[in-house]
Design a protein around this ligand. Sequence first.
Ligand SMILES: *Cc1c(COP(=O)(O)O)cnc(C)c1O
Length: 362
Amino acid sequence: MPRHFNFSAGPATLPIAVLERAKQELLDWQGGGTSVMEVSHRSKDYVALAVRAERQLRELLSIPEDYAVLFLSGGATLQFAGVPLNLLRGRADYVETGAWSAKAYAEAKRYANAGLGTVHLAATTDGNYTTIPKEDTWQVHADADYLHYCSNETVHGVQFFNPPQVAVPLVADMSSDILARAIDVRDYGLIYAGAQKNIGPAGLTIVIVRRELLDGQASPFCPSVLNYTLQANSDSMLNTPPTYAWYLAGLVFEWLLEQGGVAAIETQNRAKAALLYQTIDNSSFYHNGVDSSCRSLMNVPFTLADSGLDELFLTQATQAGLLALKGHRLTGGMRASLYNAMPLAGVVALTKFMQDFERRYG
Ligand SMILES: *Cc1c(COP(=O)(O)O)cnc(C)c1O
């Protein structure tokens, strides 16, 4: 069975070397005669694995010591609630640039409506989400507990290449571009990311938070497992963490370090995205409507000139070993996700297929 190129937006493709290693270790992890899934999270060997994975993530992103790193369950969507339940004390500002930041705002609004505080939309665009509103038009409150934004909108293919310059703590949903490009963690108060785009299997969520922000009180209604202070104090083992996903994330971190780290993978990511956007822009058959200043390196939505050809495109792509190119149900058309584990060869194969398809049907 050959490995196909999988362009899924998430759960997404993983490095083949990581899958091979997991397969090799599946029945007998570290010579203990069991799989890693079957050991206690409190055993010496597992705790060593957990500590190593955190150390590798800290190395990859140069995470300073005054930031806690949490390995939690529940997906990024749970953090849409976790952020206000932990950090909202008076007022918070949200920037809406696509489907995911809109969902984060809607979830925070539920808690505001229940009396937790006030949440306010500092900026938004029309529902097509093809641009990022200019920062000098944002209405940010100087007394806000935080400003929330999504650094890469997975559905709409809109990405921030620099963190917004605001005086209040910045909270970033980096689910689909964490570890894909260099960042300075110090620019952020809190970063969270579901694992299944660029880190590992679904079920694990990483939270990186400046310890200073944990000084205040979380809401009394915040579930303990969602309480950052409690989780930081118990090394993310207040209850059973998603142990296999944590293990696999550790293998991905190791793989990334072997690739030369985040800077090296960013160079590859830029080359992959440039090739695909060039192919789209050089044709009158394919179209991507996102403003060139904020086109995502990770998720590239595009449409065909004749949407009547969509099904044929997808069928033939699958036959050519190019999987999961169907666009999100909100946008239609196609979407190619080019996460770290997608090799350049996959994008070369995709662009050749696209050119060939255009020659035959365009
Ligand atoms: C996928 C995604 C989410 C939601 O992740 P879940 O794990 O399904 O909760 C949130 N934000 C962004 C940017 C995403 O890409």
